[in-house]
Design a protein around this ligand. Sequence first.
Ligand SMILES: NC(=O)C1=CN([C@@H]2O[C@H](COP(=O)(O)OP(=O)(O)OC[C@H]3O[C@@H](n4cnc5c(N)ncnc54)[C@H](OP(=O)(O)O)[C@@H]3O)[C@@H](O)[C@H]2O)C=CC1
Ligand SMILES: O=C(O)[C@@H]1CCC=N1
Length: 267
Amino acid sequence: MTVAILGAGVMGETLLSGLLRSGRSKESLVISERRPERAAELTEKYGVEVLDNAAAAAAATTVVLVVKPQDMATALGEIRGSLQPDALVVSLAAGITTTTLEAGLPEGTPVVRVMPNTPALVDEGMAAVSPGAHCDEAHLAEAEELLRSCGRVLRLPEEYLDAVTAISGSGPAYIFYVVEAMIEAGVLLGLPRATSTELVVQTLYGAATMLRETGEHPTVLREQVSSPAGTTMAALRQLDDHKVRAAFLTAMEAARDRSRELATGQG
Ligand SMILES: NC(=O)C1=CN([C@@H]2O[C@H](COP(=O)(O)OP(=O)(O)OC[C@H]3O[C@@H](n4cnc5c(N)ncnc54)[C@H](OP(=O)(O)O)[C@@H]3O)[C@@H](O)[C@H]2O)C=CC1
Ligand SMILES: O=C(O)[C@@H]1CCC=N1
């Protein structure tokens, strides 16, 4: 069984490294990349073979498309003539629907649409998978297995995938944004930058671990921190006054809408 990863940028390399960590041999993986210098860097780092898109597709039982949505039509055109008859095609691209993928591939090709995220780099990824029209249980299980190598996987109807993209796909960026803001606040309050960074990162790690391990609702956990007439309520009141919660809702609607736009191939 050979897996081809087409487009080994941030997300493609993340998946490649996860598959290797989970025990797949480098002989069972091939990659393709547009820029020769990037291809050489990946061969040097991981020892996997780099082929062009058509040759990589011809060599693989599973082809994973990790190019940008705007490059998807070109990539599909490059592989459609060389796919093995039983090949499974898995797309990690935001927005691109299974209908669009199927239309660009030979009739009857099984396709799975996936939305992963970058914490897969530390085996804490969150991915959702949705089957296309020609996809059976074995195909879906194979796609889940790929993503489970570096995190958790949920099976969802495709109608949810634009929302998933807005929440967990883009989600790490929102968290890093909040972390940046808190570190800056610590510096504003006079803390050395390294101290502020350590305080914020460990607080995030601790809070995330509490959410997962206690199973408590975040409201309960937030209330436990908020002493009557204390410091936390003073801060949270400011966040409410500045409509931070509303801004998060609007931001994620915008991400969902952008995912829908990408489906139509808008640059
Ligand atoms: N980054 C993330 O957090 C997430 C990304 N995704 C999805 O993953 C996909 C890739 O995103 P990301 O890794 O961030 O983007 P990158 O730009 O880092 O990676 C895409 C890579 O594909 C290469 N490429 C483009 N066209 C082709 C082609 N025809 N054949 C082979 N390689 C090609 C690009 O080369 P070049 O540099 O020359 O353009 C680039 O190296 C996107 O569809 C995105 O929606 C999904 C979830 C999370
Ligand atoms: O920003 C993007 O379009 C991609 C998809 C989800 C995360 N990154």
